[in-house]
Structure formats: C-alpha cells, structure tokens
Design a protein around this ligand. Structure first.
Ligand code: SF4
Length: 280
C-alpha cells in the first residue's frame, strides 16, 4: 500500500494549473506548426503564425495563452493500492486549483450557482472524474476547459439504424454549427456508445489524447482521418475567417452501448487544448 500525502497532491495540482495555462503540450504545438505550413489561405496562415507567436510569448513570460483560463477538469486514476493521507482527495485537488489560479494570476471563471452567478473568486470547484485502477500510483490529468468551445459541444442520441454514416453526419453538423464560436482551429473530442453521460465523458477524455495519435481500433482510426479531412473541407478556417485548416485533430473514443441506442457526444475544444498529466 503506497501512502500519498494530500500536500503532495496540492503542490502538483497547483503547478499543473500554471503549466497548462502557460505552455501548450508538445503534441499540440506540433500540430499547430504543421497547420501553419499546410494552410492555403494567406489570412489563415497569418492567424496561425500569430497563434504560434502568442504561444512563445506566453511561455517566455509565464502568462496565460488565453484570457479564458478555463474551468479546471481533472481526471484522477486512483490505484487501488494507494492510501491518501492528510485529508480528502477532492479537497486536496480543489486546494491545488485554488492555489494555482491565485498564485499564477489566472482568471477566475467559476460561479457558485448557475443562476445566482456569484464568482467563487478562486476558480473552484474543479470538475473531477475518478477511475479506480490496479496498482499503487495516482495519475492526475488536469485539463482547463475554455467555454467558447465548450458552449458549442453537442450530444446526439441517434438510433442504431443511423449507423456510422449518421454518426459522421452528426459530428460534422456540430462542427459546422460551431463555426467561428469554438475559436478554430479546433480539436474535436468524440464519444460514441455507452449512455448519455458516458458518451459525454468519453468525448471530454478524448481531448486529452495526444493530438496526432489515433485510436487503436482500425475502423475508428479511419473515421478520425476521414472526419478530419471533411472538417477541413468545410472552409471555416483559422479564427473562422476561411481556410483549409479548421481542425487540428479528431479524437474518438468508443464504448459498448444498449441495443436500442447510439449516443454520439461531440466536445469541441479550441486550439488552446490544455492538458497536463502527472503520476504520483
Ligand atoms: S474557447 Fe479557447 S481560445 Fe476561445 S476564448 Fe476560450 S480558451 Fe480562449
């Protein structure tokens, strides 16, 4: 049984909040650089180069890549041979978010109640998803989520007869509808199967997969490639001002589902697709 103290969790989450907001992961930087090479529209190309420059400035000066520093989403994979000492795991994660957003001068974007809308002033609470896994480690993935793109996410409860073509149409329609509002070029996270909430969760988790890495399931990989090509053919382009690069990646996760259904969730993410993972 491995003992992990909550102080260690707080410190790591604090650092991860700042790291995720100041630096984009290497995989995201790579696809953005490739996009700038590939973009055929001169204006689109100019925008992509500005986004690259913005990344360099943010990293060098340790300032946020975007003014929307997101709501903190945390995926915690808890080894069943781990014991948390010093307090409750959720409290430690939230304390880390509190310290990270305060000490890192990151915008506090969370309101206490969806209608009263009083700012919590420290960006808590985080949205935390737990998974119990074998082993004696605690793996934390922090993904601050901007809401320009979150607001353009969609879920479709399709019929089994809609099949793969119906799923592709639904995904394309979500991206089309999002247009410039999701701050393109986007990363499209997709969850297919499970139940209503499982599909949405898979779509969110798909965004944390390395951009450019495909599903291990051959037909899903083909779907990802086909959809990326079709989305880039929509002409929305960088910042929605037209061009050949609308999406940087399409990541699809699947799960068994009920005989009567075919849930398809599309979680849109902008080019600031932030995610940092650490294992304790
Ligand atoms: S959606 Fe992304 S790029 Fe747009 S404002 Fe929010 S974090 Fe920034």
């Amino acid at each position: 049984m491995k003992v992990i103290h909550t102080e260690q969790i707080i410190e790591n989450i604090k650092e991860m909040c700042m790291e995720a907001n100041y630096y984009l992961s290497e995989d995201m930087k790579d696809v953005l650089c490739e996009a700038a090479e590939k973009e055929e529209s001169p204006l689109g190309c100019q925008i992509l180069n500005q986004l690259k420059e913005n990344l360099d400035i943010a990293g060098e000066n340790q300032i946020p890549i975007c003014q929307d520093t997101g709501m903190a989403v945390v995926f915690a994979s808890v080894g069943q041979d781990v014991r948390i000492e010093g307090g409750v795991l959720s409290d430690a994660i939230n304390e880390g978010v509190r310290q990270g957003y305060t000490e890192g001068y990151l915008r506090k974007s969370v309101v206490k109640d969806p209608f009263i809308r009083e700012n919590t002033k420290d960006n808590t609470p985080a949205v935390i998803h737990y998974d119990i896994v074998p082993g004696d480690t605690l793996t934390l993935t922090l993904a601050p989520k901007g809401f320009g793109s979150e607001n353009m996410s969609r879920i479709f409860m399709l019929k089994p007869a809609d099949g793969m073509e119906g799923a592709k149409e639904a995904i394309l329609s979500a991206v089309k509808e999002a247009g410039p509002n999701a701050c393109p070029p986007v990363v499209v996270g997709v969850g297919i199967g499970g139940t209503f909430e499982k599909a949405a969760l898979m779509a969110k988790q798909a965004l944390t997969r390395k951009a450019g890495e495909h599903s291990e399931i051959p037909y899903v990989k083909e779907m990802e490639e086909e959809l990326l090509e079709k989305i880039n053919g929509l002409g929305i382009g960088p910042a929605g001002l037209g061009g050949t690069v609308t999406a940087l990646a399409v990541n699809i996760n699947t799960y068994p589902t009920h005989i009567a259904g075919l849930p398809v969730a599309v979680n849109m993410c902008c080019h600031v697709n932030r995610h940092v993972t650490r294992t304790l």
